[in-house]
Design a protein around this ligand. Structure first.
Ligand code: KMH
Ligand code: ZN
Length: 275
């Protein structure tokens, strides 16, 4: 069971828009349809950024609660992992409002990086400590998003101080304009830098989405795909939906005899559920 593949689908993001791909969900109904179809295709975790109907990203707890409840009503089993990253430029207080809905899971961004052009995605050491403390208090399980090796080293320092604790689950987000690329050597370097017993997932941005997914599947890791990270199903062809991206991962997994984890199995692998 521990070998099963956890697929996370990042359905909405904060930066990608319908102008990039018309299938990016904004409204509550669109989010529910996207999450449900991704779940049916094989996703056990939905990585969620809330947006208003006009597409504006928000960390407002009421909007998250509305989307969260609507998805859970349709798919009670699904794990919803909310974003505490939000959108570039939001303050940590604004970003953490979502934690007040006490989600089952959330992201913990583990370092600052350039984000293309003049944008900087700021996660100071104190920001990371602030988010980790809040999630520990509220019993929210975290996935540690690392965009480069220094971010993993930061987590190791915070683990030693017992600020980061519990099951250690990482997400390598590779290929951001300003972060580490998603070449095989990058992936191997990061994977080999993890603490023992940690689990990891990879999120390849843009053209790295499926090559990294395949590498992770081959090495026993987990995978995140979705329109937040990549809008194409193949070079130059827009994905019709988030579900289509998940289906492609399921096909790759078959090649390597990796069975797909249900949400219940994902909870066990991530130390969030009973066997
Ligand atoms: N939108 C990015 C600035 C996360 O979800 O925690 C941050 C992000 C990370 O997407
Ligand atoms: Zn995100």
């Amino acid at each position: 069971m521990k070998d099963k593949l956890i697929i996370t689908c990042a359905i909405s993001g904060a930066e990608v828009t319908k102008e990039h791909n018309p299938s990016v969900p904004y409204t509550v109904e669109e989010m529910v349809e996207a999450a449900d179809a991704a779940y049916k295709a094989g996703a056990s975790i939905i990585h969620l950024h809330a947006r208003f109907d006009d597409g504006k990203p928000t960390q407002n707890k009421d909007r998250y609660q509305e989307i969260h409840n609507a998805i859970k009503k349709r798919c009670p089993e699904l794990i919803i992992q909310v974003s505490t990253g939000g959108a570039v430029g939001m303050s940590r207080e604004e970003r953490s409002d979502v934690l007040n809905i006490k989600p089952e899971m959330a992201t913990l961004d583990c370092g600052t990086l350039n984000f293309g052009g003049d944008e900087i995605f700021v996660n100071t050491e104190n920001d990371i400590i602030y988010f980790a403390n809040k999630m520990n208090e509220l019993n929210v399980r975290y996935e540690m998003e690392c965009f480069e090796k220094g971010h993993i080293d930061t987590t190791i320092r915070l683990i030693k101080k017992s600020i980061i604790k519990g099951h250690l689950h990482y997400s390598f987000v590779l290929g951001v304009n300003g972060g580490m690329t998603g070449e095989e050597r990058d992936f191997i370097f990061l994977k080999e830098s993890l603490p023992v017993n940690a689990t990891y997932s990879v999120a390849g941005i843009g053209r790295y989405e499926f090559s990294l997914a395949e590498l992770s599947i081959k090495h026993g890791g987990h995978v995140r795909v979705g329109l937040e990270d990549n809008i194409y199903i193949e070079k130059g062809v827009l994905a019709k939906s988030n579900a289509e991206l998940v289906e492609k991962v399921v096909q790759i997994a078959r090649k390597y005899n990796r069975e797909i984890a249900t949400p219940k199995e994902a909870r066990i692998i991530l130390g969030m559920g009973e066997e």
